[in-house]
Design a protein around this ligand. Structure first.
Ligand code: FES
Ligand code: CO
Length: 342
């Protein structure tokens, strides 16, 4: 599915960057192939608009913020958060033409990130009980660009058959190529998946898991939220909750912005955030090498037989089925990359 070719994908919320990044001025982002500018208004709330001035097309992200408005760096035209041009400094008595405006997008801050929906969202932005609960701390893990497809990252997040290979350097057990237990239940937003997989617990992860046992059975309670959002819920036998949220925000058909944060019900003294991030970044770096080697375009229509499958691919196959149904419900036909040849 070439994500930039499907308008329905514009109807979801996507995390685009930590809100802190807007402290020193506007920033550009590309979401589903659309160039947008993000800025922070005087009350601290973020705003998003098309990154193209309606005067001579300059990137507004090259400009600056004045009060609540974004100012074009070329001739100083100013736009408010609705995209309306509210000031043309060269005008003295002339009226601002009604066509002087840029597209603006729905934008909000949540969990410390800026979220954008290019069009009327089909689902509300998620909530989670950990947020705001004093028993939990929220830790920003990383925010970076990967050269892969959003669906590729999502299906990898639920694929328990890759641990023994991709993660043999961290927690994977090479004699465990498939999970011991796996169950999946469809929901309105996507699905919930439960898995039990025997894994290694090397010394580097002892403080993270709160256990010194060399091996453990990892019990996953995960959720997939359409289209490209994952919640990974781990409860270690030590009683520590380790809940990861991962966004595969589609930049275009070949790139994603991967944004990840974590909730823990322990303290910085028990396990420093730097240590947690070091471990999780090491694990995802293993995924990155492989995911940047796959064709970024994952075909949703499995009847085309463009890829082979195995039973443990069920989560990914269910994602494809649901995404294909979503396209069809909105009168769209899947567009595929020309790289798919039989
Ligand atoms: Fe933006 Fe002229 S191009 S003000
Ligand atoms: Co992995």
């Amino acid at each position: 599915m070439l994500v930039t070719q499907h308008p329905v994908l514009r109807r979801f919320w996507y995390a685009v960057m930590p809100i802190k990044k807007l402290d020193d001025g506007p920033k550009p982002f590309t979401l589903l192939g659309e160039h947008i500018v993000l800025w922070k208004m005087s009350d601290g709330t973020p705003a998003a608009a098309r990154d193209r001035c309606c005067h001579r097309t300059a990137r507004l992200s090259k400009g600056y913020v004045e009060g609540d408005n974004i100012v074009c760096g070329y001739h100083g035209w100013q736009y408010d958060c609705t995209g309306a041009c509210v000031k043309i400094p060269q005008f003295t008595s002339e009226k601002i033409p009604s066509g002087a405006r840029v597209d603006a997008y729905r934008c909000q801050e949540k969990f410390g990130y800026v979220w954008v929906a290019l069009e009327e969202p089909l689902l509300p932005l998620i909530d989670t009980p950990e947020e705001g609960d004093p028993a939990y701390r929220r830790i920003h893990q990383f925010d970076e660009e990967w050269k892969t497809g959003a669906l590729r990252l999502m299906e990898n997040s639920f694929d328990t058959a890759h641990f023994a290979f991709v993660h043999k350097g961290t927690f994977g057990q090479n004699n465990q190529p498939k999970p011991e237990f796996f169950e999946i239940r469809e929901t309105d937003y996507g699905f919930e998946a439960e898995a039990i997989v025997p894994i290694n617990n090397p010394p580097e992860s002892h403080r993270i898991t709160g256990s010194t046992s060399p091996t453990t059975k990892r019990h996953f309670h995960n959720q997939w939220h359409m289209p490209f959002f994952r919640r990974l819920g781990l409860v270690y036998p030590s009683g520590i909750h380790h809940t990861i949220f991962t966004c595969a925000t589609p930049i275009d058909d070949g790139r994603i912005q991967i944004i990840q944060w974590l909730y823990r019900n322990d303290t910085e003294e028990q396990c420093p955030a730097a240590l947690l991030n070091e471990w999780d970044i090491k694990v995802v770096a293993e995924d990155k090498v492989i995911l940047e080697s796959v064709d970024p375009d994952a075909p949703c229509d499995v009847s085309l037989l463009l890829e082979q499958h195995m039973p443990s691919d069920r989560p990914g196959l269910l994602m494809r089925k649901r995404l294909l149904a979503l396209l069809r419900e909105h009168g769209e036909k899947e567009t595929l990359s020309v790289t798919h040849t039989r």
